[in-house]
Design a protein around this ligand. Sequence first.
Ligand code: ACO
Length: 377
Amino acid sequence: MTEIAKGLAGVKFTESKLTFINGEEGILLHLGIPIQEWAENSTFEELSLALLEGKLPTASELAAFDAHLKENRAIPQQLQQVIHDMPRGINPMQALRTAVSYLGLLDPQSEDITPEARRAITVRMIAQFSTIIAAISRTQEGHDMVAPRMDLTHAGNFLYMLTGQEPTAEQSRLFDIALVLHVDHAMNASTFTAIATSSTLSDMYSCITSAIGALKGPLHGGANEAVMDMLDEVGTPDRAADYISKKLDSKEKIMGVGHRVYKNFDPRSRVLRDYAEHVANKEGKSNYYQILETIEKTVVDRLGDKGIYPNVDFYSGTVYSDLGIKKEFFTPIFALARISGWCASVIEYSQDNSLLRPSSVYTGEKDAHYVQIQDRK
Ligand code: ACO
């Protein structure tokens, strides 16, 4: 009997030098460097460039890339109008998908799939994703868009455009670390989708709109939003253990725990836990954090031997909430970071492109005949 790799689990279809994951041991490396070191020392801009170039950049290379991103922060007036005219109350990921697709219509280089063009479009998209997402958030809430500032970091400028207030250095850095943690994660569903589209020699905007569509689904993006709903439902830390035990007794899934690859702690969740704890201790907003601590303990006690531990979504929602980001925008923020991983992966794959065309095992009939419509029951 033909073996089927359900969900393509374990199927290796290409080589990549970008990201390595060892799920059993909870290891995540970009260019061989542990994610903890990237989080501690690096920035979103630097990791994005490193993945695009396949090496740590020099100071002058990073400064040039940073300047290039800043120059490209503004979005065309026509796109601002499209975002402004979008219906209210829509899913922000639908809005992002539409805006990115529209951006492609306005880009004279959009159909160019040479490596140089893919690289140039990537820089523009990384820069403009931030402005687009902030603009969607503000217009959906009935506020004016905030123009980008050139004197702030990518992370700091995003928070500024989102809230209209200049963030503190600590808030910018915290958000920067959250972006770093989400930049790339090997062959996840949205990166695979971007590559599948690019393998047909389609354009960058098509690759990225496909990826946004894949990320939108709740099994990929969006679990951190569900974690916040759970925290609100639990309400107070003393109710957490009982709440989780009842859910587990009735075989319900707990959001923000478990992972297809990690069968140990997701290293990104450990980094975020430390920052969530720091913010909670400093600002006294410890209710959410205390609930999460209790949930983590209860889940690990009961499911640790099945390899179920907190994933990156477990703590990210509270960090984002503390930064004033609404939960409907958690998945667009995932995209804000992952755009660099998507583009770097597409560019890497297109260097030795092969059309993706898996097959399925046919289980239907083989000896049927056409029946005239009037003779069918
Ligand atoms: N809560 C409770 N039990 C769980 C959970 C969970 N979140 N996840 C897995 N389990 C249990 C399963 O019920 C199963 O138990 P069984 O052996 O008694 O049947 C066992 O652990 C193995 O689970 P699988 O479903 O085989 O694990 P899989 O690797 O397919 O699932 C998934 C991974 C989909 C992420 C799952 O853990 C889940 O739904 N988690 C909650 C949603 C979530 O947090 N998603 C974000 C993932 S990270 C990201 O995309 C950035």
